[in-house]
Design a protein. Structure first.
Length: 219
């Protein structure tokens, strides 16, 4: 039987007989998840099993013993929003660290050269776009004005479309200009990401501040 498990990196003893994974999930849901929060991660002996629970697999066939290592995370939408905003900010930082070097390489590159770094950058930017959608769907718009972020996201989508078109015709100089050049009517990828960085920082701070009363109440 399972003797203990890690919940949000804290060791918790199991006070009832838990012989298999179904027992464990049912006990966690009944006793260990506060209102407004949910189980977001479950790892048994190094393997994710949250998908098994969500897929209604017969978990009674997965035995647990005293040596089983079971780790779960229980989080609120606010926690998830903070993680998404931080991840988006970090992704922007990662792209911006390399963007000038990639633009210089593009400007000097022959037409048939490999541009895998540019492809990877585009994929990273698309992750930023998805993280914005994820953040605004988590119910923290009471604290955060997502308007400016959504406007920047829309522009970011146009930048990626233009970048894809230039990439398809192997116009590396056009790609370099899209990365760095600002005009009177539009901004390049670099400037757009810098503006988004500021929005992510501001939103993260507002969501974090919104948690302060609840954290104080727990002290």
């Amino acid at each position: 039987m399972l003797k203990s498990l890690m919940i949000n990196q804290r060791l918790v003893p199991v006070p009832i007989p838990v012989k298999n994974l179904r027992d464990a999930f049912e006990w966690i849901e009944a006793s260990m998840i506060p209102d407004g929060q949910s189980l977001t991660s479950a790892v048994l002996d190094g393997k994710s099993v949250i998908e098994m629970w969500q897929g209604h697999v017969n978990l009674s066939t997965v035995p647990l013993t005293a040596s089983s290592k079971f780790e779960v995370r229980v989080e609120s939408p606010t926690d998830l929003a903070l993680q998404s905003l931080e991840a988006a900010h970090n992704m922007c930082c990662a792209v911006l660290r390399n963007i000038k070097l990639i633009a210089v390489n593009l400007w000097q590159a022959p037409p048939l050269s490999d541009q895998s770094e540019l492809q990877q950058m585009s994929e990273d930017v698309e992750i930023v776009i998805d993280l914005i959608d994820h953040s605004k769907d988590l119910g923290v718009d009471t604290y955060v004005d997502f308007g400016p972020m959504i406007d920047l996201q829309a522009h970011l989508k146009k930048v990626i479309l233009n970048l894809s078109a230039a990439f398809a015709r192997s116009d590396w100089r056009a790609c370099a200009q899209i990365l760095l050049r600002d005009t009177n009517t539009s901004t390049g990828l670099e400037s757009t990401l810098k503006s988004l960085q500021e929005e992510f920082e501001s939103a993260h701070l507002r969501v974090l501040t919104s948690r302060a009363p609840a954290l104080i109440a727990q002290l």
